[in-house]
Design a protein. Structure first.
Length: 195
């Protein structure tokens, strides 16, 4: 199936959801996301088997870091939503070499800093240590850190909120919202509505 489907029979095209969420990031939208949403010219797109971009260690690190960005709480986290696979798909099918180099370089910088600070690869670092590494990247205290962090964060957030988990469990899906009530207390809204 090309859309996200639930047992209730509704479906939404992931590209439509991506275009909607892309507006949140504005002009700083990471190029592969802009291409997938139709905002930038598209280079030759892979139409064959999914591209393999990451080594097994990099793939595991992407999974661990994506879960740090969007952790499991009372709703499933990034891993359960399929975000690591989404990121590899975006890097393999929608990214050009410069985009891939940004992500791969950021992963390498995190690994190098983890080895220097914690004497272990970033994948084997504790959750608190991984958070510290991501904070260093966010604050541009690693080579290319801020650019990497923003691109990675956008990939995680977009992958999460365009997944079935993000649409159906993190948000409340209302295909046809109820009556308008201008005085409805926001405190009674359990989650943001998706439509």
């Amino acid at each position: 199936m090309t859309g996200i489907e639930a047992s209730s029979g509704w479906s939404i095209d992931r590209r439509t959801a991506l275009a909607g969420i892309a507006g949140v990031f504005g002009a700083s939208l990471f190029a592969p996301l802009a291409r997938a949403a139709g905002y930038e010219p598209v280079p030759k797109i892979n139409t064959g088997k999914p591209a393999v971009v990451f080594t097994p260690a990099q793939r595991a690190l992407v999974a661990a870091l994506s879960e740090r960005v969007m952790p499991t709480t009372d709703t499933p986290g990034a891993i359960a939503a399929g975000v690591p696979d989404y990121i590899e798909h975006m890097m393999g099918d929608w990214a050009i070499n410069d985009d891939r180099d940004l992500i791969l370089g950021g992963l390498a910088a995190l690994d190098a800093r983890s080895m220097a600070d914690f004497r272990k690869p970033a994948l084997k670092a504790s959750s608190a240590q991984q958070d510290a590494l991501l904070t260093l990247a966010m604050n541009d205290q690693l080579p290319g850190g801020a650019r990497f962090f923003e691109a990675f964060r956008q990939l995680v957030v977009t992958g999460y909120f365009t997944s079935e988990v993000g649409i159906m469990q993190e948000r409340t899906y209302l295909p046809v919202p109820g009556d308008y009530d201008g005085a409805y207390p926001a405190s009674k809204v359990p989650r943001i509505f998706s439509a």
